[in-house]
Design a protein around this ligand. Sequence first.
Ligand SMILES: [Zn+2]
Length: 254
Amino acid sequence: MTTSTAPDAAARRKRSVKPDNSPLPGQAINTRPMAGDAIYERILSAIMEHRLTPGTKLVEEKLASIFGVNRTRVREVLARLSHEGLLTTIPNRGAFVASPTPDEARAIFAARRILEPALLRHLCEHTSPAHIEQLRAHVAQEAEARERGERRAIIRLSGEFHIRIADLVENPVMSKMMRELASLTCLIIVLYDSPTVPACTHDDHGTIIDAIEQGRTEEAVAAMIGHLHHIEQVLDMSTPPGEEEDLEEMLGMD
Ligand SMILES: [Zn+2]
């Protein structure tokens, strides 16, 4: 890849790989350097909210310009996202938002059905009124987003409900795993979801909270497993999505 230390705006636009939909709206005018963690969170949110869709190329130089940082910092963030399975890095081609295959998607749901009941069992044993309050406040936010019809916020908040449960267990390893699985699930939903079906129904989340609050561990676990089955079942993974075919073809990988 050629380097250019001060590309003008026209040149940047020319190099844009997604001219119809800027990957990170609102960031183009940011000239203050951002920390790696902040850049990571920004890209992660864009993936969670489906602003960055599977197969999108993330150009180091463009991101460096958007965030007002050097390319080394961008590269570190992309390496981290790649390590977490959210990006696919191809030597000499760059980093692309991952496009999980149906088999990978099923493996991710299977992993969630093992991890999340374990998290719930732990939470049920150690729960406090503050935990319940936090989870109910989160579901209230989901309901508000639903009322306003904010699809991006609905999808992000739905995924975050599951991350919050993991965070309440106060095990950083579990939290990290849940974050990665929830982000990958968001990619799967954008690839395979029917546009009319919500990611999580907030009634399910409410049922899970009720069971935690009342110490009904097995009910909480059963509700969670049923909820994850439901999310997987409403996705149409019978045929590979178009984006994936295009990307595979483009990369000569199929
Ligand atoms: Zn859910």
